[in-house]
Design a protein around this ligand. Structure first.
Ligand code: GLP
Length: 241
């Protein structure tokens, strides 16, 4: 794992955008794996600015998002569909039909999950996967459990994730209890991974990811087995390393 320490959220966002920009410039028809959460918002802002300056062209890029809450429609303001539209997609020249976000309202979520993995494979896999990390070590919505789930799958959200994400909803009760997420193998098959972690709330998860056992109790620890992972960490997130 390559570790890049940054001194501010601004620097984290700029460096992450540098890596994504390099990917898009080197391979204009690349496949990006994208993430939600508050951490990548600054990165997306940077990418939008670079697009507006004429430095980036997303017209041939394909995007696959990591996850979506189960049971909420793409129009729901807290859906990850809406998040991606608002934070990135509608501001750049990416083709809407090349923007893939798992379907939270699929009639048969398990069949949808298989089709999602197949679509990624048909596109030749993910060139660059952007990740955040949950306070409990989750990546995407791969929650701590007894096993690493390989494919895209439906997951019960843990209480700690529901607590962490309730800030985006009016009440805790409104946070969906389940989600659909890309599995471990989807993430591990990405050719390159960058993971962003900011703030002291992520320090323990970062420690377990980098120096702990490879254990599904910290899903991010599987990244120790990937040979091209770059971690962008501020001082507080890296405090226990
Ligand atoms: C959500 C997402 C993850 C994200 C995590 C951390 O649960 N499913 O992909 O990494 O939150 O979010 P934040 O960046 O807001 O801390």
């Amino acid at each position: 794992m390559q570790l890049i320490r940054v001194s501010s959220y601004e620097e984290l966002s700029r460096k992450a955008a540098d890596i994504i920009s390099a990917q898009v410039i080197l391979k204009p028809g690349c496949v990006l794996g994208l993430a939600t959460g508050s951490t990548p918002v600054g990165t997306y802002r940077q990418l939008i600015e670079r697009f507006r300056r004429g430095d980036l062209d997303f017209s041939r890029v394909t995007a696959f998002n990591l996850d979506e809450y189960l049971g909420i429609s793409p129009e729901h303001p807290q859906s990850y569909h809406a998040f991606m539209q608002e934070q990135l997609f509608r501001h750049i020249n990416i083709c809407p039909r090349r923007c893939h976000v798992p379907e939270g309202c699929a009639e048969d979520p398990r069949a949808f999950a298989r089709a999602y993995d197949q679509a990624i494979a048909e596109h030749g896999g993910i060139d660059l996967q952007l990740l955040g990390i949950g306070n409990n070590g989750h990546i995407g919505f791969n929650e701590p459990s007894g096993v690493f789930y390989k494919g895209t799958h439906v997951v019960d959200l843990t209480d700690s994730t529901i607590d962490a994400n309730k800030r985006f909803f009016a009440n805790r009760e409104d946070v969906p209890k389940q989600a659909i997420t890309l599995g471990t193998s989807g993430i591990m098959h990405a050719k390159k991974v960058i993971l962003l972690a900011f703030g002291k709330g992520k320090a323990e998860a970062v420690r377990a990811m980098v120096t702990g056992e490879i254990d599904p109790k910290c899903p991010a620890s599987i990244l120790q087995l990937h040979d091209d992972v770059t971690l962008l960490l501020d001082k507080e997130a890296a405090a226990l390393l």
